[in-house]
Design a protein around this ligand. Structure first.
Ligand code: AMP
Ligand code: ZN
Length: 473
């Protein structure tokens, strides 16, 4: 039996066992991108955390249904389209495509549904109508607002003191004529030059928060298991989602709320408005390996800030090289004699410890520690006595098993963005690593590296000053 997963639920701020509504199944909603620009790697950190969450749940035997919205109408997308003088759909289309490319590059599994706000106006309008009918919302000059005073529990997720609510930019903009400054907009009356849709309150467009309530409930039901986003989504976005959804249905909306901490640069949140961001494509152009980026993003616990530096990308690449060297050794080892009991034991330990680690609120450091323990143990065995019959595939299948979550271990599955192969820096690092291995008389490791370099058509020349290298034909 796989271990029972436990998560830190933002709602209630406690680590608690996952209690799916339907045993063995999880409905998962993950707030998606606003498609007014390319995603930056901060955004991608959150999406990658959600990928690890889904893969971990699948690894632990759950069947997951994941829904991720695409925010293709809001102030930013509208402004972008206006500035370029194009239709909203034409403006967002390339960013949606770019987002899907980024997911594929980082091997983030696509959600089962990617509903777009502009294709779910009917659901949003129906929900706003029911909120008005139940006295939770009111119309003013063609706009509709949610009446916060009508919701006793308002703010229960973030724990915000509702009397102290400071309006965020996404809430404050475009709002006028509210009964109470804290109320938030559900429907915005038409403004000149903006795209609009017809509604019972006249032409207009939906607010941002209603989109996620309407679309999550359409695909996952009135109550579902897990809802995620970055910490900045907690308030007001997720508190507003809860208020709208629970006021409209009278049912609890979501059982477990998970929030990923930010990716930061020089102590500040990476964001478009601060201009301190890299897109994934920027990093690829700089020759960074997407596999190392995936490794880096997954290796820091999702509830800790991740400080992005190029040194950290290099450290991730070095960790992957250690894993690749091990894999190469295993793949090329000859088998002799009967299977070694130590291999079976190491594989069983890896499997048990890895499952335990991911079930413990996605403790990826412990999961990676289990993996490196397995690598060390099997490397030791290779040095000492070599592999017995069937051991090679036993080791590779243990790696393949944990790679269902990590998705970084099989270099063959990662296509490089260009056909150029490793960068000069990466080759230099491999050459230096081989020199170190030789100095330390770790000849097996040195030979494995030499073979890999040969595969890459790198010609080595050993000189008294160290090893020189050049690319072959
Ligand atoms: P947006 O495209 O602005 O709607 O954001 C998409 C997702 O990225 C949301 O879940 C945000 O919470 C998340 N996000 C934004 N900035 C960062 C950051 N620096 N680090 C991690 N996640 C972020
Ligand atoms: Zn959302």
């Amino acid at each position: 039996m796989p271990p029972e997963p436990r998560f830190f639920n933002t709602l209630g701020r406690r680590t608690e066992p996952l209690a799916p509504r339907i045993p063995g199944r999880i409905g998962l909603y993950t707030c998606g991108p606003t498609v007014y620009n390319h995603a930056h790697i901060g955004n991608l950190r959150t999406f990658l955390f959600e990928d690890i969450l889904r893969r971990s749940l699948e690894y632990l035997g759950y069947q997951v249904q994941q829904v991720m919205n695409l925010t293709d109408v809001d102030d930013k997308t509208i402004r972008g389209a206006q500035e370029e003088g194009v239709a909203l759909d034409d403006y967002t289309a390339p960013y949606i495509e770019s987002f899907f490319e980024d997911l594929a590059t980082l091997r983030i599994q696509p959600a089962h549904e990617f509903p777009r706000a502009t294709e779910h106006l009917a659901e949003m309008i129906a929900m706003i109508e029911s909120l008005v009918a139940r006295g939770h919302a009111y119309e003013k000059d063609g706009s509709v607002f949610f009446r916060i005073a009508s919701d006793e529990d308002y703010g229960k997720l973030s724990g915000i003191d509702v009397d102290q609510v400071v309006q965020g930019d996404r809430v404050a903009s475009d709002e006028y004529g509210k009964d109470d400054v804290r109320d938030f907009v559900l429907w915005k009356a038409a403004k000149a030059g903006e795209p609009t849709w017809p509604s019972p309150w006249g032409a207009g467009r939906p607010g941002w928060h209603i989109e996620c309530s309407a679309m999550s409930m359409k695909y996952l039901g009135e109550s579902f298991d897990i809802h995620c986003g970055g910490v900045d989504n907690m308030f007001p976005h997720h508190d507003n989602e809860i208020a709208q959804s629970e006021s409209a249905t009278g049912q609890p909306f979501v059982t477990t709320w998970l929030h990923a901490e930010h990716l930061i640069v020089d102590g500040q949140k990476m964001s478009k408005s601060l201009g301190n961001f890299y897109t994934l494509k920027d990093l690829l152009e700089l020759g960074k390996d997407p596999r190392a980026i995936r490794y880096l993003l997954l290796s820091v616990h999702y509830r800790q800030k991740l400080n992005f530096t190029f040194e950290a990308v290099e450290a991730a690449a070095a960790a992957l090289r250690r894993l690749d060297d091990h894999r190469f050794r295993v793949e090329h080892a000859t088998e002799g004699g009967t299977a070694r009991t130590a291999v079976g034991e190491a594989a069983a330990t890896l499997q048990a410890d890895f499952a335990q680690a991911v079930a413990d609120d996605l403790n990826l450091s412990a999961a990676l520690a289990a993996l490196f323990g397995f690598v060390k143990e099997t490397n030791r065995l290779l040095d000492a006595e070599g592999l017995g019959e069937g051991d090679r595939s036993r080791i590779l299948s243990a790696l393949g098993d944990v790679d269902r979550v990590l998705a970084v271990l099989d270099p063959g599955r990662w296509e490089r963005p260009s056909s150029d192969g490793p960068t000069d820096d990466e080759i230099q690092a491999m050459v230096e690593e081989r020199d170190t291995a030789r100095r330390e008389r770790d000849f097996a490791r040195a030979d494995a590296l030499r073979d890999r370099l040969a595969e890459l058509e790198i010609v080595l020349e050993d000189t008294p000053d160290g090893t020189r290298w050049k690319r072959g034909s």
